[in-house]
Design a protein around this ligand. Structure first.
Ligand code: DAH
Length: 467
């Protein structure tokens, strides 16, 4: 599959929203895109916490805003700065793993000469140039604490109580009321409440997900918000929403041109809980239509809850994935590379640290690719419980187990066969695990050892019966 097509499906899965109707929805039956691609949408296991009951908003941890990393020396931003006990409690309502904790606090998006930081700076450049001519600039936040209340992450941006993203299968919970943010939209309400009216929030976000070249459970997003008051759209008689949407279009088309040059663009209707209308911007780049970002006119209820009168104020908002943009712009083929300390990768971007225009000409040149090792694992799914309890097996749970044992050696986990035994009614799955290091050759012994542990944990924790 080409990089472009791959990325396109990736973005849809990264997105908390969904395209409104159209061919996509039709092709998948009634299922909205955010429900697709999952073998089992829910999750319960004796070892991991059960799905949250609807009404997760019952209580809220306070919204904490702390510095993730106060040092300007990038290499000082290490995971150790977030105590393990802050995010891994050992209790049943916590599903954060050590693999995830080890990714926290790294500050890749703030590291001089890191591709994510170069993209961030390039986007800032666009907004700074715009605000320069208007006299007021966008406030920038890139160190907001990634542990937020479930209320901030979901309720504050109107994510419905039964939305799949709230489940333990999709989101990392520290406890029933506290999550690792799954999008930077989690900060919209708190910043509006604090009086911000134009801002950009960049940060690491976390999602339980499948594993392939474009999916990693930790990645980075940038959120943008701008509020207009009615004097800007011409007062009472005029249509503030239409004005706001038009401003948004111009702003983001300008951003896409700034990043990708004089490309063809198109707008596609979309659905997000937090905006109405909602849209996605696509660009025609290297022979493919690529989704670049999601955006829309903010729901008035979000403004109202933040103390901004929606009758006299309108706002636009957008959210984009930095890895996705960097992969496209710099030609980076595998998302794991962003986390690599291999100098053959890092050196290619480090010259961007001192040269603000370097991002325009940087293009990743692949270093030697090491051979993959494939391991297939076939098993019977756990019999679905008669009492209606959900299955312990989901693709995301499998990926978590594989990642816990194999770490960044895992390139892909893919369902390659599925059938139902007519006599027993049981379902068999076969997954192919692709192991490949970005940095060295793997030995058979090493991979066999990992795969054995993966198989043992699948039986013990996911309740499957190996075949
Ligand atoms: N939060 C969305 C996501 O993670 C991205 C997004 C879409 C943010 C539309 C927005 C927006 O602010 O208006 O997929």
């Amino acid at each position: 599959m080409s990089l472009g097509t791959h990325l396109e499906s990736e973005f849809r899965r990264l997105n908390l929203g969904a395209r409104a109707g159209g061919a996509d929805a039709a092709a998948a039956g009634a299922e909205p895109p955010w429900r697709r691609g999952r073998l089992k949408p829910t999750f319960s296991s004796p070892h991991l916490p059960p799905p949250l009951p609807p009404g997760i908003s019952r209580a809220s941890a306070s919204i904490r805003t702390k510095k993730v990393c106060t040092s300007s020396a990038a290499t000082d931003c290490v995971a150790a700065q977030i105590p393990r006990s802050d995010v891994i409690t050992g209790r049943d309502d916590c599903n954060v793993t050590d693999a995830i904790h080890s990714r926290m606090g790294r500050g890749l998006h703030r590291r001089p000469g890191h591709p994510l930081s170069l993209i961030r700076a390039a986007i800032y450049e666009h907004f700074d140039a715009r605000s320069g001519s208007e006299g007021s600039s966008f406030a920038k936040f890139d160190d907001l604490w990634p542990v937020v209340s479930a209320k901030a992450n979901f309720d504050s941006v109107l994510v419905p109580a039964d939305h799949v993203s709230r489940g333990y299968n999709d989101t990392y919970y520290v406890d029933a009321d506290t999550v690792l943010r799954c999008h930077t939209s989690a900060h919209q309400a708190e910043l509006l409440t604090a009086g911000e009216r134009r801002f950009l929030v960049t940060g690491d976000v976390y999602r339980r997900d499948s594993i392939d070249a474009t999916h990693y459970p930790a990645f980075h997003q940038m959120e943008g918000v701008r509020v207009f008051d009615q004097s800007e759209w011409g007062g009472e008689g005029a249509d503030g929403t239409a004005f706001c949407q038009e401003e948004l279009r111009k702003e983001l088309e300008g951003l896409a041109k700034h990043l990708f040059g004089d490309v063809e663009m198109r707008w596609v209707d979309a659905y997000f809980p937090f905006t109405e209308p909602s849209m996605e911007l696509e660009i025609f780049y290297q022979d493919e239509w690529l989704e670049v970002l999601g955006c829309g006119v903010m729901q008035p209820a979000i403004l109202e809850a933040a103390g901004v009168d929606p009758a006299t104020n309108k706002a636009w908002a957008f959210g984009l994935g930095l890895e996705r943009l960097a992969m496209v712009l710099f030609g980076i083929p595998d998302i794991r590379l962003f986390w690599s300390d291999d100098e053959r990768f890092t050196k290619q971007f480090s010259k961007g640290a001192g040269d603000k225009d370097a991002w325009r000409s940087l293009r990743f040149s692949s270093f030697s690719k090491y051979p993959p090792v494939f391991k297939d694992v076939a098993f019977w799914l756990p019999p679905s419980a008669e009492d209606g309890a959900e299955s312990t097996f989901t693709e995301n749970n499998l990926c978590e187990v594989v990642r816990a044992e194999g770490g960044d050696l895992i390139e892909e986990v893919k369902l390659i066969d599925e059938f139902v035994n007519k006599k027993t009614g049981r379902t068999s799955n076969c997954f192919r695990v692709t192991y490949r290091s970005m940095e060295r050759s793997l030995t058979d012994d090493e991979i066999n050892g990992i795969q054995t542990r993966v198989r043992e944990r699948m039986e013990a924790e996911l309740g499957v019966e190996l075949r």
